[in-house]
Design a protein around this ligand. Structure first.
Ligand SMILES: [Zn+2]
Length: 438
């Protein structure tokens, strides 16, 4: 497994240079592979997928890449050494959670996120916008991207989940929100988000944006998109001010976030507007339904600058990963591998299973015969079944290592398949095995 040994390089005596971050496209899917007509028809246009290399001050990321989530500066129950060993290239943490606990000043004093958590590779932080508006606001149920609930309805712009108090108040300057930890009131603006993320010190940061839901009206989406555009300009200005001010720190790249819900014209406009700004890359965020995922990623990819990386924020399923890759997402993050591991669910090439079942009590085979991870090389289903039943914490650790490796390897294989021209065959075979009942 590759070790991330690249030393951060800073400009002696001066501010960091934007040139410390770069992205190079190495292969294009539509040049190496020939999808059949059905695939093109389903996609609705040309495939935007590619392979490439992102270079950060803490090392490189070969794309497409799965970015493992370490929300509070830890991948839940897994040591960073294990993440390196299983091939994870980069980790993504959460600016909102780290701002509230332990506080961005602590991470700054520690030398930044990677240094604080003993992870030598590249790191990402999201802007905190999602958590401010979901956790802080009590909107959790409304933010559920349920297709059945997606039809705009009167009053939906101001609706709050049943039984929830409205705990976030948004205006054109920023958001007031109540901490989900202790009820303290906090103010987030584009400038505050940049200051917090600079202190946290990740290699890749995201601009502060407003997250809308599918329940918002078309008029609200337009108003919100304009607010996010103005916030993007403020984020860039504050980002470069902080880059100048914080002499001696490695360059932190800033990605703009494309919103616009399910509307093609709004997604394309946002991509065009933010594409013209001096961002280092882009995040594709916000309200989208599973069946529209590929189409929305493609709209954005077609408008965004070809030479900058695109990150799809928060996906969960293997089929979503293939959809994201072929439509031009270079990186994507997902909490599922560790989240489902804590309920004893494990991935195999033949689908996802739950280890709590009695049939595993005497099953002395590994989680997957085809897996090369530490867990599968050393432990049996019977043992981990026992640990889970006995409520021993190591069950979550062992299953999380396996699940993270499963997704990392699937994305690595997809990258190799783009390079050698077998992407569509690889996708079809992988999904045929993983979803045998479709
Ligand atoms: Zn394994």
């Amino acid at each position: 497994m590759p070790a991330h040994t690249t030393e951060p390089h800073t400009t002696p005596g001066g501010p960091a240079s934007q040139a410390e971050f770069s992205f190079e496209v190495t292969t294009r899917l539509n040049e190496t592979c020939s999808p059949d007509e059905a695939a093109v028809a389903q996609n609705g246009g040309k495939f935007q997928g590619r392979t490439g290399v992102i270079t950060t001050p803490h090392g490189t990321i070969k794309t497409p890449a799965f970015i493992a989530v370490g929300t509070k500066a830890t991948v839940k129950s897994v040591l960073p050494e294990s993440m390196t060993e299983l091939g994870a290239q980069a980790l993504l943490s959460n600016a909102y959670h780290l701002y509230l606990q332990p506080g961005a000043d602590i991470l700054d004093a520690a030398g930044g996120l990677g240094s604080f958590m003993n992870w030598q590779g590249p790191t990402f932080t999201d802007s905190g916008g999602f958590q401010v508006m979901s956790l802080g606001s009590g909107f959790k149920k409304v933010i559920n991207m349920d297709a059945a609930a997606a039809s705009p309805q009167a009053g939906a712009d101001d609706s709050v989940a049943v039984g929830k108090e409205r705990l976030a108040h948004i205006d054109d300057d920023g958001v007031w929100f109540k901490s989900h930890l202790n009820g303290d009131m906090h103010r987030f603006t584009p400038e505050v988000s940049m200051q917090v993320q600079h202190k946290i010190g990740a290699d890749i940061m995201f601009a502060f944006d407003e997250l809308t839901t599918l329940l918002n009206s078309r008029g609200y989406q337009e108003m919100s998109l304009e607010r996010t555009r103005l916030w993007a300009l403020r984020c860039i200005e504050e980002h470069f001010r902080l880059t100048e001010e914080r002499v001696g720190k490695p360059y932190q790249a800033l990605f703009g976030v494309i919103q616009g819900a399910q509307y093609e014209d709004l997604r394309r406009k946002a991509s065009h507007d933010l594409g013209d700004m001096n961002f280092d890359g882009y995040g594709i965020g916000g309200a989208l339904e599973k069946e529209n995922l590929g189409t929305i990623v493609r709209w954005c990819s077609e408008e965004l600058p070809e030479n900058k990386p695109r990150h799809l924020l928060g996906i969960s399923e293997p089929d979503d990963i293939f959809t994201a890759i072929e439509n031009g997402a270079d990186t994507f993050d997902c909490v599922s591998p560790t989240r489902v591991a804590r309920t004893s669910a494990f991935y195999t090439p033949d689908g996802r299973f739950n280890l709590s079942g009695a049939k595993y009590k005497r099953d002395f085979t590994p989680l997957s015969e085809e897996c090369d991870c530490y867990t599968c090389q050393n432990y049996t289903r019977a043992y981990i079944h026992h640990l889970f039943k006995a409520k021993e914490m190591v069950s979550a650790t062992l299953i999380s290592i396996h699940n993270e490796r499963f997704v990392v390897k699937m994305v690595d294989d997809a990258r190799l398949a783009i390079e050698d021209g077998t992407f569509f065959e690889f996708k079809a075979e992988t999904l045929r095995r993983y979803y045998p009942n479709r």
